[in-house]
Design a protein around this ligand. Structure first.
Ligand code: PLP
Length: 386
């Protein structure tokens, strides 16, 4: 068969391969602890589940508007105002089946063989994969442990040329747990005034999962960027709803129609019961989220201390999300070797830093969205390996 050559360049999210491998080992009777996949180990809030069931029994079985039910888009606009302090028009919001398709839409809108797209590296692997798929040049924004995995705005601005079409940022970040430094963001936002045609995709999926009272700073703060800023967020992480597939995106006026058309060309709309669940999540009680965040924070301190007590491993304190990005350079192993050793000898699933880009070499990502007992046990097992 003659498949389209472009698809040869498609990458993947290794966490899903590792999840499959961990499940396979479990089925062979191995006691695997999964610190690989990035999803809350909590059930979705009860009132969210009830809202979906009610929508089903109330007969919401048909298509909805492609951009999402108006009540849901209004709830998102209210939430944006509450947590980002900016008023937005619900007509600029597009509800999508998970947050992932948002990055895909944004990247295919700007990627072509003559364009360049900048993306964080190490970063969520789908950015680089989707950029490669379009034939655009993927230009890494290198993130370093020595500046707490923030970024250097001047070096981003220096890499801009007339082929640069889109800049992707992610904060709080996967896989590093880093939060982009406010001063660097100010420099970047100021510098971008000179380049009005460059679009920005701000992946803010971990906007609520941030610790130590650090203030979350959305890119929406920069009003002069609004006409070219795409915001990505959703329900997966905040409301423990990864499997529901529900995300929201905010698009500039000039792009919302084309993004909605992409939705019509692909999935038509998100299923209605899930959208009703989304309304309940945003408008209902938030105690589920509050206690989940407290629990993540507790686990963050456990994994941080444990990792730093293991011979040849170290880790800086994550500021957001639920990942610890451990430095394994002193072991002399590659990230992949360490990941495989940890899975095979300690029965602990983790993800090699290189799964998030070449600048992830020397690191292994541990998700601490697992119980404290499992984290402690996993760290004890790993301790005996190094
Ligand atoms: N963006 C980042 C940085 C993520 O880590 C993830 C999921 O792991 C996503 C987006 C995708 O979210 P969703 O599961 O809602 O598609």
């Amino acid at each position: 068969m003659d498949i389209n050559k472009a698809y040869k360049n498609i990458g993947t999210e290794t966490a899903f391969d590792i999840l499959a491998k961990a499940e396979q080992l479990k089925s062979q009777g191995k006691d695997v602890i999964n610190l690989g996949i990035g999803q809350p180990d909590f059930l979705s809030p009860d009132h969210v589940v009830e809202a979906a069931v009610k929508a089903m029994t109330d007969g919401h079985h048909g298509y909805t508007p492609a951009n999402g039910i108006l009540k849901l888009r209004e709830a998102v606009a209210k939430n944006i105002y509450e947590f980002r302090g900016i008023e937005v028009d619900p007509s600029n919001i597009l509800i999508m089946p998970g947050a992932k398709p948002i990055m895909y839409f944004a990247i295919i809108l700007f990627g072509n063989p003559n364009s360049e797209i900048m993306y964080p590296n190490p970063g969520f692997p789908i950015y680089e994969s989707a950029i490669n798929l379009t034939g655009a040049k993927a230009v890494p924004i290198e993130l370093n442990e020595n500046n707490s995995f923030s970024f250097n705005a001047e070096s981003v601005l220096e890499k801009i040329n007339d082929k640069t079409k889109l800049i992707i940022l992610n904060s709080p970040a996967n896989p590093t747990g880093g939060v982009l430094d406010q001063k660097e963001l100010d420099i970047l936002a100021k510098g971008l005034e000179k380049y009005p045609n460059i679009a920005i995709l701000s992946d803010e999926i971990y906007s609520r999962i941030i610790y130590d009272n650090i203030k979350f700073n959305s890119l929406l703060k920069y009003e002069h960027l609004h006409e070219r800023l795409i915001i990505l967020d959703g329900w997966s992480k905040t409301y423990a709803m990864t499997g529901w597939r529900l995300g929201w995106s905010l698009w500039p006026k000039k792009l919302i129609q084309i993004a909605t058309r992409l939705a019509i060309n692909t999935y038509s709309c998100v299923n209605a019961p899930t959208q009703f669940a989304g309304i309940a999540a945003l408008s209902g009680p938030q105690d589920h989220f509050d206690s989940m965040l407290k629990e993540f924070d507790k686990r963050r301190m456990i994994i941080y201390k444990k990792l730093n007590s293991i011979n040849n491993l170290s880790c800086i304190l994550p500021k957001g999300a639920f990942y610890a990005f451990a430095n394994i350079k002193k072991t002399g192993m590659t990230s992949k070797e360490a990941q495989d050793l940890i899975l095979e000898k300690a029965n602990v699933a983790s993800v090699a830093g290189t799964s998030f880009g070449n600048f992830g070499e020397g690191y292994v990502r541990f998700s601490y969205a697992a119980s404290s007992e499992n984290i402690e046990e996993a760290m004890n097992r790993i301790d005996s390996l190094f």
